[in-house]
Ligand binder design. Structure first.
Ligand SMILES: Cc1ncc(C[n+]2csc(CCOP(=O)(O)OP(=O)(O)O)c2C)c(N)n1
Length: 580
């Protein structure tokens, strides 16, 4: 391809009116451009080569990040989507390329993350013949995608991509997958693009019903001990302002789920903390003392509710949720509001009376004192022994003034990071919530940094999870994305070890790890790094990490057998939260 013809193609690509004959592969790229895609995370291979060839001509318009494993592409796309609100896009080849995406797709599905995955497939005439790298990715991904579709003819491509973006980002967002047979990539079509604006029997913009809003407002106005729980849905709907206005007007204490964190600044006077198995003390036990429970954009996950038979039985429950399947699924509601969080809160606001509940709020603050004395003081300000994870996060939170994007992996370090980082800005907490996927953080942090390059992005990872996707260090090196990585190394699969200690009589069955030298490893990837094990080195090491211009890795060798408390044991009541 000559320079002139590349220029011509680029000029044509920005021309909205087209009726040209082009290949299916070029149609893929042009359709992505129509949807505003500027970044693709991917990995090439035989069945997707024509699309990669088309991408070559548009490489100045779309930034393709070559990951080192397709799981990394999916998680990076998730990280990108979570900080930008735009669907993350990934490419993979057929067979193993496609199956390697599945963990990330399942993660995106359960955490409502918009993602468009495009996989190559063997040509139609070979389908069903066990052809080289043929796998039924449509069948495999069916239960973990919001929609999937196999393209067998080139003329289907613009339509399929338009549908994919519409479905991925509307309603409860989620991942979609388009599997494109190679003949459809090579074949030609008369190209034109029409954005999807609606699909029959798919209603992603439900309006809150007036009677439900009135009933909810009435319950809130009469409540003596109202309590609001907010989740990821508030961030997805960009309803942070409405949430704040509602709780301030009605004087309602509010607590966050794991994925809701950062929707309300942690220093807000009505913010009472973090819910769930390792959440704060007051938010858990006082769930069983409130008289009206208002759940916004959350799904009463079992990690939040514990034993449902003893969960908030005394309360009238209002549930605002965009996915009707979630309403009355786990917790029976008094008023279910099937709507986007922003629309529902906006409608509720004028009907809610000004109010304050100082006594009730004080109950939370009393619990805070108990938790501080029993847990937080020792965790954040220990005077002897090995470094504890919480003191690292506490100092990091102070040094970054709570303004960084924190990407966590899965395990003890995740719970500690989300407990002790004091978020000030929305869309700052990126974690694998529903699926709990170890290996998530490193690639997701890369995606987050690509999506928000001006913000500080810090990945907090355990020594176990780091080794699940550490090949993405090479991608970080190649892109020079200034991701800051902190490995909290306890030489254990710490969260599993904690359960073995507490519930399996200290039988540490295959959870201790002899690890590689993370510093040499990081340097081999071209990423500067250093390691500490003494508390006096925490402060300057965090400064060094934060001041470094490019990517940087800090290993902190921490206490090997620290446990995360408070803890609601699996299946127990939220009232039975343990402080030690
Ligand atoms: C892919 C995957 N495999 C297994 C698990 C089960 N699991 C949950 S937490 C955990 C331990 C994580 O260890 P590490 O990454 O070192 O973090 P730590 O808990 O020590 O902070 C394991 C094995 C998981 N969540 N994900």
């Amino acid at each position: 391809m000559t320079e002139t013809s590349t220029k011509k193609r680029l000029a044509e690509a920005s021309d909205p009116v087209r009726n040209r004959i082009i290949t299916g592969s070029e149609a893929v790229i042009l359709s992505l451009l129509e949807e505003g895609v500027d970044t693709i995370f991917g990995y090439p291979g035989g069945a997707i080569m024509p699309i990669y060839d088309a991408l070559y001509h548009y490489r100045h318009k779309i930034n393709h990040i070559l990951v080192r494993h397709e799981q990394g592409a999916a998680h990076a796309a998730q990280g990108y989507a979570r900080v930008t609100g735009k669907p993350g896009v990934c490419f993979a080849t057929s067979g193993p390329g496609a199956t390697n995406l599945i963990t990330g797709i399942a993660d995106a599905q359960i955490d409502s993350t918009p993602m468009v995955c495009i996989t190559g497939q063997v040509p139609v005439h070979l389908l069903g013949t066990d052809a080289f790298q043929e796998t039924d990715v449509i069948g495999i991904s069916m239960p973990v995608t919001k929609w999937n579709y196999r393209v067998t003819r080139p003329e289907e491509i613009p339509w399929a991509i338009a549908q994919a973006f519409y479905i991925a980002r509307t309603g409860r967002p989620g991942p979609v997958l388009i599997d494109i047979a190679k003949n459809a990539q090579f074949g030609t079509l008369e190209y034109s693009y029409k954005k999807c604006t609606g699909i029959r029997s798919y209603r992603p913009f439900p309006q809150p019903r007036e009677e439900d809003i009135k009933a909810a407002a009435d319950l809130i106005n009469r409540a003596k001990r109202p309590y609001l729980l907010f989740g990821h849905g508030v961030l997805i709907a960009k309803a942070e302002k409405e949430l704040q206005q509602l709780i301030e007007k009605a004087g309602i204490p509010a607590a966050s789920t794991l994925l809701g964190l950062s929707a309300l600044p942690c220093d807000h006077p009505l913010y009472v903390g973090f819910l769930g198995m390792h959440g704060n003390y007051g938010p858990n036990i006082l769930t069983n003392k409130c008289d009206v429970l208002i759940a916004v954009g959350m799904r009463f996950d079992d990690r939040v509710t514990g034993d449902l038979k003893t969960y908030a039985k005394q309360a009238k429950v209002i549930h605002i949720e965009i996915d009707p399947a979630e309403i009355d699924k786990n917790v029976k509601t008094t008023v279910g509001i099937h709507a986007d969080a922003k629309d529902a809160l906006h409608a509720l606001l004028p009907l809610v009376k000004k109010n304050q509940h100082p006594e009730w709020l004080r109950a939370f603050r009393e619990c805070d004192k108990t938790e501080y004395e029993k847990v937080i003081r020792h965790a954040c300000f220990p005077e002897k022994g090995k470094i504890r994870m919480a003191e690292v996060i506490h100092q990091l939170s102070e040094k970054t003034r709570g303004e960084a994007i924190i990407v966590t992996d899965v395990g003890q370090h995740q719970m500690i990071a989300t407990r002790y980082y004091k978020f000030k800005k929305p869309h700052s907490n990126i974690s694998s919530g529903g699926l709990g996927t170890m290996g998530f953080a490193l690639p997701a942090a890369l995606g987050a940094k690509i999506g928000q390059p001006q913000r500080e992005v810090i990945a907090i990872i355990g020594d176990g999870g780091f080794q699940m996707t550490m090949q993405e260090m090479a991608t970080i090196f190649q892109t020079q994305a200034a991701v800051k990585i902190i490995i909290l190394n306890n030489e254990f699969l710490g969260m599993v070890r904690q359960w073995q200690q507490l519930f399996f009589e200290n039988r540490y069955s295959f959870t201790e790890m002899i690890n590689p030298d993370f510093i040499q490893l990081s340097k081999a990837f071209g990423i500067e790094a250093h390691s500490i094990s003494d508390r006096k080195d925490i402060a300057w090491s965090l400064d060094k990490l934060l001041d470094h211009k490019g990517p940087y890795l800090l290993e902190v060798k921490v206490e090997k057998e620290e446990n995360v408390f408070p803890m609601v044991p699996s299946g127990a009541s939220v009232s039975d939260v343990r402080l030690e």
